[in-house]
Design a protein around this ligand. Structure first.
Ligand code: ADP
Ligand code: MG
Length: 280
């Protein structure tokens, strides 16, 4: 789709928020699917031991199957464990596994413990025949070593924010952690995108949350909001993104619009990352 500009180089994006249930996985899955549907080559890395992103993209992830756990532990390469989403030929997935729940502790004693994912991803992208336009990493709801690994492997953070009363609670802590990672490990790291999810246009609360987040982060928050819809919540149980499950519904349309906004911002975002790198 010519409407969707391709980024000049690979955009590496970690989707994080230490709160559970705010739409990290749903946004990772559906933004990736929407971008792939519109011609982008996309890689999703599922870093949550629950494996919900893998499930929603139709990829099995039973214990013992090759997964990101083997990549983190250095036993296998990204190329060896990646699979292709059955609904989108240009959408590849590195599945998670419940085995990954032990990695948080195991990582603590490993060499280059914060850079295990970064090292593996760099090796993969440098050696890959296919050029990836986007890499999304779906993070677990914590601020532990798995999330730090994701933050060290990317340049961009995408923070989903649920339109509800406690929306901004914990955001300060997340921004602090990102600041620490910037100072100690990854100077390029930038919060490039915030996406307000589960938005209900009929409620004042939703509109207030949007206005507040937009007021704090005017250039970061996408104009598009994601409505709360039944189709979005039931798609994963069919092993599908809502883009494949209900392509003409409100959920697919809004994730499509959010993906287009994300794509259109590429030149600006990549320039900002370059500027950060030069400052250091
Ligand atoms: P997280 O990854 O941050 O824990 P999820 O993406 O798994 O959050 O979303 C939490 C729950 O809310 C899931 O059951 C998901 O299907 C549902 N959900 C997420 N976004 C929406 C939405 N826009 N409309 C309806 N349900 C949603
Ligand atoms: Mg999740």
């Amino acid at each position: 789709n010519a409407e969707f500009p391709k980024p000049e180089r690979t955009r590496l994006i970690a989707v994080a928020n230490q709160k559970g249930g705010v739409g990290k996985t749903t946004s990772t899955v559906n933004l990736s699917a929407a971008l792939a549907q519109n011609g982008a080559q996309v890689l999703v890395i599922d870093m949550d031991p629950q494996g919900n992103a893998s499930t929603a993209l139709g990829i099995s992830h039973a214990s013992g199957e090759p997964s990101v756990y083997d990549v983190i532990e250095g036993r296998m390469s990204v190329a060896e464990v990646k699979r292709t989403c059955p609904d989108f030929p240009t959408l590849d997935v590195v599945p998670s596994s419940i085995d990954l729940s032990g990695a948080e502790l195991e990582l603590a004693d490993m060499a280059r413990r914060t850079d295990r994912l970064k090292d593996a991803l760099e090796t993969f992208l440098n050696g890959s025949d296919v050029h990836y336009d986007y890499v999304f990493i779906d993070c677990p709801p914590s601020l532990g070593l798995l999330v730090i690994n994701a933050m060290c492997a990317v340049h961009e953070m995408l923070i989903p924010i649920q339109a509800e009363y406690y929306a901004l609670e914990g955001l300060g802590q997340l921004i602090n952690t990102i600041g620490l990672v910037q100072d100690h490990y990854n100077p390029s790291l930038t919060v490039s995108t915030m996406l307000v999810t589960m938005f209900d246009r009929r409620t004042l609360l939703s509109r207030e949350v949007y206005a507040e987040v937009k007021g704090h982060y005017p250039s970061i928050v996408l104009d598009t909001t994601i409505p709360r819809t039944v189709k979005i919540s039931e798609a994963p149980s069919f092993g599908k993104s809502v883009i494949a499950y209900d392509p003409h519904g409100a959920g697919a349309i809004s994730y499509g619009e959010a993906a287009l906004e994300l794509a259109r911002r590429s030149p600006h975002v990549l320039e900002a990352i370059d500027a950060r790198m030069k400052e250091r």
